[in-house]
Design a protein around this ligand. Structure first.
Ligand SMILES: C[S@@+](CC[C@H](N)C(=O)[O-])C[C@H]1O[C@@H](n2cnc3c(N)ncnc32)[C@H](O)[C@@H]1O
Length: 280
């Protein structure tokens, strides 16, 4: 729930932003009008330079207002005020995204990426799923709602920063494990893996190579922050570089890029990697 003090704080920030923004806009217009007047009529170079400096000050305050607003988003992102009664479909997850100042922002995925990951799980009905990197639990909630009730889903993170509301709301077949992804042995052979943990080259490579033998043939492999498709610029260069090294891998079939997600399927043909059972 959002405390009254938080709402007061948020309203103050929004009010301040509006006032500063309003002043900024008016000042910029005024500046341009005055600039034209001065240039065309007075032709006074020193006055012109003075107004140029004034414009810089105005821009500075506008920037400050925007930064203040942006700064207010992250600490507030943990509030979940309007959970729906039923969590069954993608539309029940709108509260995970940046909708307003008091809820949302829990998931670290863009809307198109989340929709694609949700659809992949819902359509392919994996029986055993693994997520590497849950952070506040946004993607965990998404995958947990998308999977079938009986499917086993493990979410792995080296730290416990999961949102408390999400922890309480997840179904009983979703397990939150704290530990290093490079050391964890999955309890079942995986049909789906979402790789969004260590974003360094060696880290993402180690995750892929460690879990590949535990994947069933035909398993879905989704790398997040992996591609720069269209106007999407928030990819991680090291992950991007690593997924490029997989392009010629005969054990993988490229499916699609959506946002920063690169989706592969494990081929039946396992020339490079041997298959392992979790008990091996
Ligand atoms: C980008 S965040 C995950 C965001 C989340 N998947 C989402 O979309 O909401 C990356 C997470 O990976 C975790 N992580 C980094 N290295 C890891 C490792 N070696 N093992 C497990 N988790 C790791 C971090 O603690 C962090 O919470």
């Amino acid at each position: 729930m959002v405390a009254a003090a938080d709402l007061y704080y948020l309203n103050t920030i929004r009010g301040a932003h509006r006032i500063l923004g309003g002043i900024g806009h008016s000042a910029v217009y005024l500046y341009f009008i005055l600039k034209i007047v001065i240039e065309k009529i007075v032709k006074n170079r020193s006055a012109y330079r003075l107004f140029k400096k004034m414009a810089l000050v105005v821009h500075f305050f506008r920037g400050l207002a925007i930064l203040k607003e942006a700064g207010s988003l992250k600490p507030k992102s943990v509030f979940v005020s309007d959970l729906p009664q039923e969590l069954e479909n993608f539309e029940d997850l709108s509260w995970l995204f940046f909708n307003n100042f008091t809820n949302g922002g829990i998931i670290r995925m863009c809307f198109n990426e989340a929709a694609y990951a949700f659809k992949t799980v819902r359509k392919n009905q994996p029986r055993c799923l693994l997520e590497i990197g849950r952070y506040e639990g946004g993607s965990t909630m998404l995958i947990s709602v998308a999977k079938s009730k009986e499917a086993k889903f493990i979410s792995l993170d080296i730290e416990d920063r999961c949102n408390e509301t999400i922890k309480k709301t997840l179904d009983k077949n979703t397990s939150l494990i704290m530990g290093d992804s490079k050391k964890f042995i999955p309890p079942c052979k995986l049909d789906f893996i979402f790789i969004d943990g260590d974003h360094g080259f060696n880290g993402v490579k180690a995750d892929f190579e460690h879990y590949f033998p535990y994947l069933n043939n035909g398993a879905d492999i989704l790398f997040h922050d992996a591609v720069r498709s269209g106007k999407y610029i928030l990819n991680e260069p090291a992950v991007n570089y690593f997924v490029k090294t997989l392009e010629a891998n005969p054990s993988l079939k490229f499916i699609k890029d959506v946002g920063s997600i690169r989706h592969f399927k494990k081929n039946d043909d396992n020339k490079r990697f041997s298959s392992k059972n979790p008990s091996d």
